[in-house]
Design a protein around this ligand. Structure first.
Ligand code: GLN
Length: 322
């Protein structure tokens, strides 16, 4: 097994995939189509507090659907597992992230990683009114990232102005009594959480926090009650990459969540978090360079959950390197 240092390895990945320009920018939210297709950043944060980063790892972009994983954690903290399960399932849909489909028997959205389920978990965020509920999300995200976060207002307004499909989803769930009447407030909160600006480093620290049992490995602060860490990670594994989730587990085997802003956040429990940013997406809405990077890291360091083959590189040496 060869030794490999953290940043040197990530630089190799950066060089390898920088010229890969397959994919398209998200266009259905007009403001997202303004991203620079060349942007590419990678960061790995370990549970012992090391951070390795290359490229545009500190370029801000909107978190989009990646927020869904962390908001699910807040809903669990606010209401407990049983109640949240009565409102949102944990079953992959095999369909696109904005498909309008609910479980026929229970009327529940299938899982919290697609729009139906995420609008339902957003509805569950406690707080007195819109401002307090948004504050709660931002406070928890601050615990995950270790820094104050802002909302990209043009992206928020752009999504809100083109949101008939999400509005239809919300009204369908209201019809079935799955969410509260305060539809506009919850939708705004959903669009705002999607418009939180993060960089690849933030995503790596957030997922390293999950990998570290809910405690941010850099600040030492707890972001998520340890009872719910495995719930969040489980749905990331089974549902986090939209209708590519099954193939993702097969090929990469690391719990992950993607967003149409171009981010991917992946977590290797007990070890590390990966954050990538590249806004060129495949047809399902997953960042193409980001998926390649995760696949290489998983393969080279033997991180697939079911891997039994000696890996090419030793993870401990990587973590101990520069
Ligand atoms: N805000 C986006 C939406 O609801 C999130 C989608 C995504 O990242 N897949 O359409």
């Amino acid at each position: 097994m060869q030794a490999k240092c953290g940043t040197a390895y990530l630089n190799e990945l950066y060089e390898k995939y920088q010229s890969l320009d397959d994919g398209v920018l998200a266009k259905y939210i007009p403001e997202l189509a303004l991203a620079n297709p060349d942007s590419f950043g990678i960061c790995v944060a370990t549970t012992n507090g090391q951070v390795f980063q290359v490229g545009e790892s500190q370029k801000l972009f909107t978190i989009q659907s990646i927020a869904k994983a962390f908001v699910y954690g807040i809903a669990l903290e606010d209401h407990g597992r049983e109640y949240v399960n009565s409102k949102v399932g944990v079953e992959p849909t095999g369909e696109g992230f904005h498909s309008i489909v609910l479980d026929e028997k229970t009327n529940r959205p299938y899982n919290p990683m697609v729009n139906t389920g995420a609008i339902a978990t957003t509805d569950l965020i406690k707080g007195n009114g819109a401002t307090e509920r948004l504050k709660r999300i931002l406070q928890v995200f601050r615990l995950y990232t270790g820094r104050d976060l802002d909302i990209n207002v043009p992206v928020f307004l752009s999504e809100r102005a083109t949101s008939n499909r999400n509005r239809a989803i919300a009204y369908l769930m209201l019809n079935f009594g799955m969410i509260n009447e305060r539809i506009e407030e919850t939708l705004d909160l959903y669009f705002q959480q999607s418009s939180i600006m993060v960089d690849a480093r933030d995503l790596a620290v957030m997922t390293a926090t999950l990998a570290n049992g809910g405690i941010n490995p850099i600040t030492g602060e707890r972001a998520l009650d340890e009872r719910y860490v495995k719930d969040v990670i489980s749905v990331m594994l089974t549902c986090g990459m939209y209708n590519y989730s099954g193939e993702w587990v097969y090929r990469v085997g690391i719990p992950a969540k993607s967003g149409v802003g171009g981010g991917i956040a992946a977590t290797v429990p007990g070890k590390l978090g990966i954050g990538t940013f590249s806004p060129l997406l495949d047809t399902r809405g997953n960042s193409i360079r980001g998926m390649k990077v995760c696949e290489d890291i998983a393969r080279d360091f033997g991180l697939h959950i079911f891997n039994v083959v000696p890996p090419k590189y030793n993870l401990q040496e990587w973590m101990d390197g520069e």
